[in-house]
Ligand binder design. Structure first.
Ligand SMILES: Cc1cc2nc3c(=O)[nH]c(=O)nc-3n(C[C@H](O)[C@H](O)[C@H](O)COP(=O)(O)OP(=O)(O)OC[C@H]3O[C@@H](n4cnc5c(N)ncnc54)[C@H](O)[C@@H]3O)c2cc1C
Length: 387
């Protein structure tokens, strides 16, 4: 018998297992597909940023950067050193007159917490990153340490390091969670067997809702399909450009020389477990006009690829739901990250392990605990905008 069963072996499950195993907890992770091909983790953009507007999210990113800076050594196992392929190209949040005040408030909070974030005026922007400015932009906030890492390498790094410390990763479909006398006691698997444990942690991404609902635990998380487009353009060739986020939330991440990754979360994105990318017309009719409307130099480009993945969208407040469910003893969860979960796996994995072992948490994430679902106490990152 394990002390802890973790359902789901992508970034959250693997990071949680690592943090438990380093505390000598016997942990088994049950993942139905070890290739993780449909996980949000492998379909994410791997962006890590300090630029949030909620203290909890900023502090989780600070910890993420600390871990990522030493990831190769922290996760080294015999004969293997993971390479998270970190690229600190910086994140640039473009600001128009309408969101200037919100940007100032965010900057003040981030700087107050010791983050390195700069304000670039319109003219500074024009001379530093010429393609990323227009008359509609009054300036931008710039996080030079923001950037991207490879989500697959990070997840496998945690997985290998967890296994080296005694964690077990098992392939199996969790059909249901076991709830007996008000506490979580294990899971049943697709092969008809049962696994019992003192604690169950649900890290099943967008699939968490169905598993939890079957034992009477209702969380406001739904699978929302987001299509990511890779576009080719001559804009920016020869320049070292940061990732750019428009005031509307549309983003443009430099991929290779001449290509960018682009996406925009919209209210009519389909809900459901569908991995078919949206029709390219959606790009040409909706995303491109938005981009060229803000940054006219992008009036020539072409879509070369696209893929779709699921945001585990928290419809209460678009933030992670992290911790123990108050009405079922020993039932923990981490889901609902709504587009920024990958970078939080480091802090969430540590936090869950600390809660489970009774250690005092390094970060105060109480406001993001599942209890807020029962009271309906929303904790917003940014009024209405999901990136
Ligand atoms: C297009 C896109 C771009 C994104 N970009 C970013 C970004 O740049 N930065 C960022 O921080 N975040 C980003 N995100 C969000 C991020 O990917 C997720 O928040 C994060 O990966 C969630 O990780 P997870 O481990 O909780 O869930 P997942 O990665 O979805 O993993 C859940 C795992 O559980 C397994 N599972 C489910 N049900 C069962 C079951 N019954 N039995 C056994 N196993 C099960 C699944 O197979 C899966 O492997 C993005 C997401 C998308 C879709």
């Amino acid at each position: 018998m394990s002390d802890v069963i973790v359902v789901g072996g992508a970034c959250m499950g693997a990071a949680t297992a690592f943090n438990l195993a380093t505390r000598d907890v016997r942990v088994t992770v049950i993942e139905r597909d070890p290739t993780l091909r449909h996980s949000s983790t492998l379909r994410s953009d791997g962006n890590v940023r300090i630029q949030f507007n909620l203290e909890e999210n900023i502090r989780m990113s600070q910890y993420a950067m600390e871990v990522l800076d030493q990831f190769e050594d922290l996760m080294a196992t015999e004969g293997h050193q993971p390479d998270p392929a970190a690229r600190k190209q910086g994140n640039l949040f473009l600001v128009d007159e309408a969101n200037r005040e919100a940007a100032d408030i965010g900057l003040e909070l981030q700087r107050g917490l010791g983050c390195e974030v700069a304000w670039l005026s319109h003219d500074e922007l024009a001379s530093t990153f010429p393609p990323l400015v227009s008359e509609r932009i009054v300036g931008a906030t710039f996080g030079p340490n923001d950037g991207s890492v490879d989500p697959g390498a990070v997840t496998q790094g945690y997985r290998r390091a967890a296994i080296a410390r005694g964690a077990v990763f098992e392939t199996g479909v969790v059909l249901s969670l076991l709830r007996e006398d008000g506490r979580a006691t294990g899971v049943t698997l697709g092969d008809g067997t049962t696994r019992r444990a003192d604690v169950v942690v649900v890290c099943a991404g967008a699939w968490s809702t169905g598993l939890l609902s079957a034992i009477g635990v209702e969380i406001p998380v739904q699978p929302v399909m987001r299509t990511v487009y890779v576009v080719a353009t001559d804009v920016g060739r020869g320049l070292s450009l940061p990732s750019a986020f428009l005031p509307s939330g549309l983003y443009l991440l430099p991929e290779h020389e001449g290509t960018f990754v682009m996406a925009w979360s919209l209210p009519d994105d389909p809900v459901g477990f569908d991995f078919t990318p949206a029709h390219r017309d959606r790009f040409y009719d909706v995303l491109w006009p938005e981009l060229a409307g803000w940054l006219p130099v992008f009036d020539r480009l072409e879509v070369v690829r696209s893929w779709a993945g699921l945001y585990e969208q928290n419809t209460l407040d678009a933030n992670g739901i992290i911790g123990v469910w108050p009405e079922v003893e020993a039932l923990y969860m981490a889901t609902g990250f709504s587009g920024h979960g990958f970078q939080q796996c480091h802090a969430v994995g540590r936090h869950l392990a600390q809660l489970i072992t009774g250690e005092s948490p390094s970060l105060d994430l109480e406001r993001l605990s599942p209890a807020r679902v029962l009271t309906g106490s929303a904790v917003y990152e940014h009024a209405g905008r999901i990136i």
